[in-house]
Design a protein around this ligand. Structure first.
Ligand SMILES: [Zn+2]
Ligand SMILES: [Zn+2]
Length: 353
């Protein structure tokens, strides 16, 4: 909320043509219109920090106990603010540029909320672009891919309900332990049925409670499911839920599913890639075409499933601590590189058909 109001006050002085507030929650969008009509192009930054105590000693470290910008979203926001300054100084020739600050990227809820907001129609883009800084890659290197850039994924909790009974008479109740044991063995193997990469990881399991006189009457199994192809992800979810239902019903157990932190596959559109990569080449940047997609997920994936989009990585240095580590620190040198790439893309609007 405070981040959002800081961004809003920064943009007031840039005098955008349209400001949309409370987009999908605390989200903000600023529209800079060109002189002639044309394509609408969107650049996305993320507003959210993380519930991690920052341990770096920089003077600008987070002042809020237990929370910090340890994914570099503060850096991404600064890049989009820098792009805003460029657009305020010189409006695009044609079309319009939308600068979007989305909430809740880390949980995969923000993009969904933005797309579901009725005000989204005002900013529904012809092309959408975003970047993420990537520690472990040389500073300023562009990391890109044709088609899938990052996996889609979802958390799934399977809750099984049976009936408790005396531990001396487990046969009088319905204990979910055998079904859960079976599911733990079976579900991770289902990913092997798909041709492309897919993965099912068991992350948590719970059966009954620490009551030694009681045979458990309920339990749950939580998994993270991921795939490089959106259809694979959907069919894997379908296989997992139908196997869970089959096993639960064979044991007379109630079975419920709850999905959390769901991210769509981030896929790169070839035309959007061409526009961006031409700019990157003109800027003389080192471009790495990554052979495999990233196994992690990005909330931008949902935008990429709704319009032509392009997400790329910007190297944050080989020695930069990894994202979400307590000592992570966004390298400020990337701000100018990010602004120059995005400005180049925005100025390309005139020749996009
Ligand atoms: Zn993150
Ligand atoms: Zn992030």
């Amino acid at each position: 909320m405070e981040t959002s109001s800081k961004i809003r006050s920064f943009f007031v002085k840039l005098n955008p043509d349209i400001t949309i507030e409370n987009l999908g929650g605390e989200g903000l969008a600023f529209i800079f219109k060109g002189k002639k009509p044309g394509k609408r192009i969107l650049f996305r930054a993320e507003l959210d920090g993380l519930p991690i105590q920052e341990s770096g000693q920089h003077y600008y470290r987070s002042k809020i106990e237990g929370r910090g910008h340890l994914c570099g979203h503060d850096g991404h926001m600064t890049i989009i603010c820098g792009l805003g300054e460029k657009l305020a100084a010189q409006r695009p020739e044609t079309g319009e540029v939308v600068l979007l600050f989305q909430p809740a990227e880390e949980t995969g809820e923000g993009a969904r909320r933005i797309l579901a907001d009725s005000n989204f129609q005002q900013i529904k883009p012809d092309f959408a672009f975003a970047l993420h800084n990537l520690p472990g890659f040389p500073l300023h290197q562009v990391i890109t891919r044709k088609e899938t850039f990052a996996a889609g994924s979802t958390g799934l909790t399977i809750s099984l309900t049976g009936r408790t009974s005396h531990a001396a008479h487990p046969d009088a109740g319905i204990n979910p332990a055998p079904a859960i044991a079976h599911l733990i063995q079976l579900l991770p193997k289902l990913s092997q049925k798909l041709k492309k990469f897919a993965l099912v990881t068991v992350i948590h399991v719970e059966i009954g409670s620490l009551a030694f006189g009681t045979s458990a009457g309920k339990g749950s199994l939580s998994l993270t499911i991921r795939a490089f192809d959106q259809r694979d992800l959907e069919s894997l979810i379908e296989m997992i839920t139908s196997e869970a239902k089959r096993i639960a019903s064979a044991e007379n157990l109630g079975c419920e599913f709850s999905f959390v932190e769901s991210f769509a596959v981030s896929k790169n559109d070839p035309n959007a890639a061409e526009i961006a990569e031409r700019v990157m080449k003109d800027l003389g940047l080192d471009i790495l075409e990554k052979p495999e997609p990233f196994r992690w997920s990005e909330d931008f994936g949902l935008f990429s499933q709704s319009c032509p989009a392009y997400l790329f990585g910007l190297g944050a240095g080989e020695n930069c601590p990894q994202l979400h580590e307590p000592t992570y620190d966004f390298p400020d040198e990337l701000i100018e590189t990010g602004v120059r790439i995005f400005e180049g893309i925005a100025r390309s609007l005139a020749w996009i058909k």
